[in-house]
Design a protein around this ligand. Structure first.
Ligand SMILES: [Zn+2]
Length: 265
């Protein structure tokens, strides 16, 4: 049995199992303070013998240090050593990666992007994050990709809501950014299409899976596809743009995939 912890910015969700068929998924645990939230995590896993635990965590994550980065806007979680906490409390080795790197691995193994390399996964919700697989490996580097914080050319004058950059992609096209502009999904799709063209030109992925709450808006995926096509202007082929198979479970099953594969593809 493997354990999974989707450590999200607003909620944690845990699971035990070996894959999407047999995964038993916990109720949502609100992300408040490490003390409170991790007590909920420990309660779910109580008495379960785990071979390994995957943690798909909100970013930025200090992967080498096994902790949440000090630059996170979530003050209570700054520097929290989540990997060591899990290993001690649950008595099993833990694998830490970003929530979106977990999600791309889950979709690669079991979902909408099976065996496709390079493959990207983008989530557009409260924030925007992206993970990827290329050359048989999850994308890591100096830190890990932060695809939600790329710059895009401006087609409106809103200041943007990213606490670090103002009008980066997340600042312009995340759920709260759309709400701040009175719900203009068309404009957000325009910016997401620009970002897709950027990712296509830099990484040449064969497929990009786009999930998250914003993508539930009717017609959104089609609008992003059309915007990306317009931006690419026929210069290079566009990746296939699809919804992830696992929808709202993508993050949780992604964390399970991290556990099952030990963080490798
Ligand atoms: Zn930003």
């Amino acid at each position: 049995m493997f354990g999974a912890i989707e450590a999200g910015g607003t909620k944690f969700v845990c699971a035990v199992g070996t894959g999407p068929e047999d995964a038993v998924i916990s109720a949502e645990i609100p992300t408040t303070t490490p003390e409170e939230t991790m007590a909920g995590v420990a309660a779910f896993f109580k008495g379960k013998r785990l071979k390994r635990v995957g943690i798909g965590c909100f970013g930025p994550v200090d992967l080498a240090g096994g902790r949440i980065a000090r630059s996170t806007p979530k003050v209570a979680w700054r520097g929290f050593g989540i990997q060591a906490w899990v290993e001690k409390a649950l008595g099993a080795k833990a694998v830490l990666d970003t929530d979106v790197n977990g999600a791309v691995l889950g979709e690669y193994l079991w979902g909408a992007g099976q065996g496709i390399d390079p493959l990207l996964y983008l989530t557009v919700g409260t924030g925007i994050g992206g993970g990827g697989i290329a050359g048989g490996r999850l994308l890591h580097g100096l830190l890990h990709p932060e695809m939600g914080h790329v710059r895009v050319p401006r087609v409106d004058a809103a200041p943007g809501i990213c606490h670090a950059h103002g009008d980066c992609l997340e600042g312009l096209a995340s759920g709260p950014a759309i709400a701040a502009r009175g719900g203009d999904y068309g404009l957000a799709a325009e910016y997401l299409g620009m970002a897709v063209q950027n990712y296509a030109c830099v990484l040449s992925p064969r497929m990009i899976l786009i999930g998250g709450g914003v993508m539930k808006h009717p017609g959104m995926l089609g609008m992003v596809r059309a915007a990306a096509k317009k931006q690419m202007n026929g210069y290079a082929p566009l990746p296939v743009i699809r919804a992830p198979k696992f929808g709202q479970r993508a993050g949780t099953l992604g964390a399970l995939a991290l556990a099952v594969r030990g963080g490798k593809v």
